[in-house]
Design a protein. Sequence first.
Length: 401
Amino acid sequence: MPNPVRAAAEAIKPWLVETRRAIHMQPELGYEEHETARRVAAALAEWGLEVRTGIARTGVVGVLRTGRPGPTLGIRADMDALPIEEANDVPYRSRAAGKMHACGHDAHTAMLLGAARLLAQNPQWLEGCGGSVKFIFQPAEEGRAGGRLMVEEGVLEDPRVDLAIAAHVLPSLPAGTVGTRSGPVLAASDKFNIKVRGKGSHAAQPHLSRDPILVAAHIITALQAIVSRNVEPFDAAVVSVTRLEAGTAYNIIPEEASLMGTLRTHRAETRQALKRRMEETIRGVASAFGAEAAFEFIPGYPPLVNSAQATGLIERAARGVLGEEKVVEMPLSMGGEDFAYIALERPAAMFRVGVRNEARGIVHGLHSNRFDLDEDALPVGSAVFAQAACAFLRDPRAFGV
Ligand SMILES: [Zn+2]
Ligand SMILES: [Zn+2]
């Protein structure tokens, strides 16, 4: 017998597709999600949810109450698009020049709206349960920490969220599958700038210089030894120098060189240790060459660590909706995700929704101008969210609440 939540999700698939395409055609960048937020708020209100708007500027929250006391499950989606020109020739192509939903946040928003609709229109699923489901639609996930602002503005209170889940589409997983994993799953994504100050000279008189370009080259090389010689082999970390700038002419050794790049780590301890090793390495190398170096570290999103309880909830829901064999181990990523700010405050987990369909050429990666997704995944995401809400409110103690 098919799972009733899945069957109900499949029945609203045309609406899910229409909603995702409407959002896809009108992509909005971080903190500019006015039209998307309006659409989300209108839909939630139509189904009788308690709606709050203007949280973290353009964020929206919907609360579905059973009317009986009990815990609250938070489910979060992100709404922002990316500054990329879409290269797909599809009827629902982006109508906004230079903007595109290339990270699937249009699908996340549609899936979460679908879950709200399913739960609002099938009150019998929550019969006898207490508590609430809080639907969190956040702005500005792409680099501008909308999730952190939502937390700062109290999204986890009133009613207090006890456990939170979220999903992100993944083009390397086939549509119809879901990936889960407990522990660290996405990376801290920090940025850094390095300024090397040497001494300029005529290029034919290098003995009069402290060549900052040579120093920068040694720094880049030495930075690549930090991960290989300081990180435990089964931990994960990346140091990438992504920009090097110095000099003006063939015959001048310049005064300065500047570098920038990113540090990615899965564990807070590794993150702190590597930040320290980077600083020591950069200063040490510069001083060996008689130059000076300034190191600026710009903290990004923290690592996302999935809690065992929240992962257990997702696994139970996904197996119920899809069957055991469609729930696979989630691949690790060194990408960043600002759901990490919610996960710092509450037991939380993110799962992956497969969207790949090779037969239809849907294979392109996140942030690609050719990214697209198999819309068969939309009811899957909605059904896992709705089933998780039912499972959680029915037996919160099974998930440590
Ligand atoms: Zn993204
Ligand atoms: Zn994303």
